[in-house]
Design a protein around this ligand. Structure first.
Ligand code: MLT
Ligand code: MN
Length: 311
């Protein structure tokens, strides 16, 4: 199974357009230790020819440009895309806005929870995805299901989605519904992705608010995890005066600290741990930072655009 990181940054990308934090500044200045990243997405393929995209970022057009395998090949028909489907883990802007790039009456399957499909259904701008061509397939939590090519054949990739701690997308928060803004289980999911032939599997969890014991057990003894790396410390945006929210408020657990992912996943048997969905303020983005070293020394890699993983 081939995995390509299309975008390793969180919503807004790295550097974020209106952020002048030193991290963003360095990336804008093309400091070799501050490598720019596009917004959160990966692509998965069994044969390197047909692909499924997991989360459709607003940078999708640029991401395709950076990954020619995801564009039509010389021998393909005049109208064709190797993108067979898109799976969504939530309705965040950084994970759904890229769907608008996939208009133009092209066949593909759109996989998301009923809740997220409902959000897309209600927002008429997504009508650009002509239902004659884009088949919306509700995914069932806690059930393995095959990803299907546009010709109806089984791709050999299956997904097992499950709810993780999180919240409803920022742009859908309803303050009248209390502290959780009306969040439900289907708002934030993890996806276990499996290669049916060689049995390889990995977990894709770009958003996760906490790490309860059951989740530790669920991801333990695995080959690979791509995990929420939004913030280094919960209050870094407030501390650095570039934002007003904590990670906790945004539905993201931090990398550092006693309740952080580095500490809580330390004892687990996971062969490869990679942070993805990394915010523009996170010091671990810098190749030469102490935080990067600490993450690396603790067995974590920091995803970058076009990173290639073969399972
Ligand atoms: C998030 O991951 O918290 C969201 O992508 C934030 C946003 O919508 O900007
Ligand atoms: Mn996000």
């Amino acid at each position: 199974m081939y995995i390509r990181v299309l975008g390793a940054a969180a919503g807004g990308g790295y550097p974020q357009w209106n952020c002048n934090h030193p991290n963003s500044r360095k990336a804008r200045d093309k400091d070799p230790n501050a490598i720019a990243r596009t917004q959160s997405s990966i692509a998965v393929s069994i044969d390197g020819k047909c692909w499924f995209i997991f989360n459709a970022s607003p940078d999708l057009r640029q991401q395709l440009w950076n990954n020619p395998a995801l564009m039509p090949q010389p021998t393909d028909p005049l109208r064709y895309s190797p993108i067979m489907g898109v799976c969504l883990t939530n309705a965040d802007v950084d994970h759904t806005a890229g769907l608008l790039n996939l208009r133009e009456s092209q066949h593909f399957n759109l996989y998301a929870t009923k809740r997220v499909l409902n959000v897309i259904e209600k927002n008429s701008i997504f009508n650009v995805l002509n239902p004659k061509f884009v088949v919306r397939k509700p995914i069932k939590l806690d059930t393995a299901q095959p990803l299907i090519y546009t010709d109806g054949k089984d791709s050999g990739i299956s997904i097992l989605p499950f709810a993780v701690p999180g919240k409803v997308a920022l742009w859908l928060e309803d303050e009248s519904k209390g502290a959780d803004f009306g969040s439900v289980e289907e708002d934030t999911i993890a996806i276990e992705v499996r290669d049916s032939k060689n049995k390889a599997k990995f977990f894709y969890i770009p958003g996760c608010a906490s790490m309860p014991e059951w989740l530790k057990k669920r991801i333990n003894n695995s080959d690979l995890i791509l995990f929420d790396g939004t913030l280094w410390t919960d209050d870094e945006m407030i501390r650095d005066k570039v934002g007003i929210k904590t990670g906790n408020r945004m539905g993201h657990m931090s990398m550092s600290g006693k309740n952080g992912s580095i500490e809580l996943l330390k004892e687990l048997n996971i062969k490869r741990k990679i942070f993805i969905h990394i915010n523009t303020t996170n010091p671990a983005l810098l190749e030469n930072s102490n935080e990067r070293k600490l993450a690396n020394d603790s067995g974590w890699e920091i995803a970058y655009d076009n990173m290639e993983i073969i399972l």
